[in-house]
Design a protein around this ligand. Sequence first.
Ligand code: AMP
Length: 214
Amino acid sequence: MSKIIVLIGAPGAGKGTQARLLQERRGIPQISTGNMFREMKNADTPLAHEVQSIMASGKLISDDLTYKIVRERTSKPDTAGTYLLDGYPRTAVQADQLEGLATEQGKTIRAIEVDVSRDELLKRLTGRRSCPVCGEIYNIYSKPPKVDGFCDLHSDAVLDQRADDSEEKVTVRLATYDELTRPLLDYYERSGRLKKIDGTGEIEDIYREIEGIV
Ligand code: AMP
């Protein structure tokens, strides 16, 4: 039976990195609600402006809108088999809506927790910078550019910080995770569908662990 793999972890745990690898190497479609909202917010519509302002605050978009975009995305042919959700579900209501969707699609749900300490998360998020030209990601603590504030590959490109990676917004995002998303771990654990992995260490080691579960 095809599966819906759910990656759960605080912002900065590395879910997106691992999801991308699974997509590249195993062809498992990565459905990232965060990426879908980031694409959506660039349009010039009232809905896009609303999405933009909620995202910039570090809070969550409504469950119903989020469900709608997940449902729409997972009705495309490439998700007929196993697919992976990165950043969804994030609330109890979303988890419930996903149960219904899984039943409808004839799939089973497997959840993987990517666990990273709070100190490490803070460094990863508030230290993250990216090149506006090529998208290369840096971290001022763990992967600094050669010249402070500038891309190694595009020497005149000033590195960007995501609006929601400021210290203030990161605090909101982590608190939102603790309050609304962390309880889902219990929910999947109780139904025997949760595996926990350590999200610190080498990307390749973490990948191998996740691949073993998938
Ligand atoms: P992410 O890149 O996964 O950290 O998501 C960035 C932002 O997109 C979040 O802070 C939320 O505002 C929004 N978002 C992403 N996924 C969800 C979700 N499942 N439910 C509600 N909002 C979401």
